[in-house]
Ligand binder design. Structure first.
Ligand SMILES: O=P(O)(O)OC[C@H]1O[C@H](O)[C@H](O)[C@@H](O)[C@@H]1O
Length: 581
């Protein structure tokens, strides 16, 4: 069906409400907008289904949520053992329509005879991951668009181990969703009736309590925090999101009583009105936190994204300035700290493993190697880290120590299968306190590690390319690079090309090829002479083409210079390619 006929369908069908029709009527003279809203169905990407809210098949709205949930219900009925009784846990964040979409999803499941557990207020994504395991459910849904701007919402899907569904399973679920070509066959039922029949169950504080206890249980040095936590001055911002339901409580339970929360951002405001984008990767999001930190003389600042699965820390240096730690730096510091502590306690497993994404720093492998700990690479997306954890749990082959991604996601402990900014916030505070007690600091420790293992520096450049046209540019750019593989990038000779879509590593000097052992994905990675690395991939969560730069050099000045030149040249080269595709 063409986008125009789909559009007309929505306008005339009795199934869609008046508000939806009015919204669609208003764009009747804007063919580009009609095309963008109807040329396809909203897709499942890295982090589930995510898009702008609004009427249309390529937007997120109650109809698309209902349809996706009917597909999920069919999948549960057709493929799972006893999934109807085990049920689905549903959580949501602070966005517009999040409570409504959650209830819609719950009622579709209930109408299909599937039990649901719905949180009574906004909750952090990692708490959902924990709750799926804790309640022994068949899966979970989180209504969130994570760190995207306020006009977005989304639908993250979890399976019974607490991890987001991985591609193979997602394909089967998507097939069920795609089979529904008529919205009106989607089942739903009355809320009270669902409650009375025991199909809809509201949950809240009891899960919060056991989640908090669990977090306390996996964190190291809680005695130190209980005794001396008040010595560390901490500023925290949930950036208007769900972090406010868990992080302040955790930090205070741990003993960090000298905690100041950015009041203006602690309210769950769906507009995220104090920030341009609620993404802790953006320095601008820290403006209010920095002001408060200066006022309160804070030693660390912690910021979490709206669904509280990403954490960005900033640390005060000896000159009183705040230095941001990116996901790679934080991941390396976590690995170093956890491994050192485990070794000192005589608890270092001999089959320990750290799992990270292919675009996260290789420095961690050097740190881990000194402890005899393996580092495993997976594709971008914490679901792949969660998948590995479940494999280890089943086989007993490896002992999971840490999972992290450069995109500010971390997990320690096996209580969840998604990244947890709350546990990461607790760990940063504990580490900052411990180093302070030892007369050093997080920044000094990072400098020591770089002095020991080499100065690794990484950076990310993203180009936002919206809509159908944007997607085409992204696809064509990567296809062009795949076809005309460059011999040199930014003046550096290309030594190795990893093409994750074709599952192929090419060693250009030796003229040999090997098979790549990861699932297929549209990623190109170039290893260049002089310890430089470039990775290119489309974002699976936002309309962006992403370039990841990684360099290594002898010291800070050399690495910074190298990275700056590398980045500048590559951006110019890519701009040229993109202009001509
Ligand atoms: O680069 P993207 O595909 O947008 O993904 C970036 C990140 O997005 C979300 O936060 C996912 O949960 C992460 O696992 C992923 O690393």
């Amino acid at each position: 069906m063409s986008y125009m006929s789909r559009y007309r369908d929505w306008l005339v069908s009795d199934y869609f409400d008046e508000k939806t029709k009015e919204e669609l009527e208003a764009i009747k003279d804007n063919e580009a907008e009609i095309e963008d809203r109807f040329y396809k169905n909203l897709e499942f990407g890295t982090g589930g289904m995510r898009g702008k809210m609004g009427a249309g098949t390529n937007r997120i709205n109650k109809y698309v949520v209902r349809k996706a949930t009917q597909g999920l219900a069919n999948y549960i009925i057709n493929y799972s053992d006893n999934g109807e009784d085990k049920g689905i846990v549903i959580a949501y964040d602070s966005r517009h329509n999040s409570p409504e979409f959650s209830l819609e999803a719950a009622l579709v499941l209930a109408a299909n005879g599937i039990k649901t557990y719905l949180f009574t207020g906004m909750r952090a994504t990692p708490e959902l991951s924990y709750a799926v395991r804790e309640l022994d459910a068949i899966g979970g849904i989180v209504i969130t668009a994570s760190h995207n701007p306020s006009e977005y919402n989304g639908y993250k899907l979890y399976w019974e181990d607490g991890g987001q569904v991985v591609p193979e399973q997602a394909r089967d679920i998507i097939a069920e969703i795609e089979e529904i070509d008529d919205f009106s066959i989607v089942k739903t039922m009355d809320e009270m009736e669902a409650v009375n029949q025991g199909l809809l169950n509201y949950i809240g504080s009891e899960v919060d309590e056991s989640y908090q206890q669990t977090l306390m249980g996996v964190l190291p040095d809680t005695d130190l925090a209980a005794e001396k936590g008040s010595n560390l001055s901490v500023v925290y911002t949930p950036l208007h999101g769900t972090g406010s339901t868990v992080v302040p409580k955790l930090l205070s339970n741990l003993g960090f009583s000298n905690l100041n929360v950015v009041e203006e951002q602690a309210d769950g405001d769906s507009e995220f009105s104090t920030v341009e984008s609620p993404n802790p990767e953006d320095r601008d999001a820290f403006e209010l936190a920095l002001k408060l930190a200066e006022k309160k003389d804070a030693e660390i600042i912690l910021a979490t994204d709206p669904d509280c699965d990403r954490l960005a820390p900033a640390v005060r240096d000896t000159e009183g300035n705040y230095q941001f730690l990116n996901g790679n730096e934080t991941g390396v510091l976590f690995a170093d700290f956890l491994l050192r502590e485990a070794k000192e306690a005589g608890e270092l497993p001999d089959n320990g493993v750290i799992v990270k994404s292919i675009v996260s720093t290789d420095m961690v492998a050097e740190v881990a190697a000194d402890y005899g700990v393996e580092v495993l690479d997976v594709l971008t997306g914490f679901k792949f880290i969660g998948e590995k954890m479940t494999e280890f749990e089943k086989s007993g082959d490896k002992e999971f120590i840490l999972g992290f991604e450069e995109s500010l996601g971390y997990l320690i402990g096996k209580y969840a299968r998604d990244k947890d900014a709350a546990v990461a916030a607790g760990l940063v505070a504990i580490m900052a306190l411990k180093y302070k007690e030892e007369g050093t600091s997080l920044l000094e420790r990072l400098a020591e590690l770089r002095a020991e293992y080499g100065y690794y520096l990484e950076d990310l450049h993203s180009i936002r390319l919206e809509g159908k046209e944007g997607q085409e540019i992204i696809t064509k750019t990567i296809a062009h690079l795949r076809e005309k593989s460059p011999e040199k990038i930014a003046g550096h000779e290309v030594e190795v090309v990893k093409d994750y879509k074709q599952s192929k590593v090419s060693y250009l000097k030796e003229g040999r090829e090997e098979e790549l052992k990861l699932p297929k994905s549209n990623v190109l990675q170039y290893l260049l002479e002089g310890n430089n690395k470039l990775t290119i991939r489309p974002s699976g969560t936002e309309p962006k083409l992403k370039f990841y730069f990684a360099v290594k050099d002898k010291d800070k000045a050399a690495a910074e210079k190298k990275l700056a030149e590398f980045k500048e040249k590559i951006i110019a080269e890519m701009d040229k390619i993109m202009e001509n595709v």
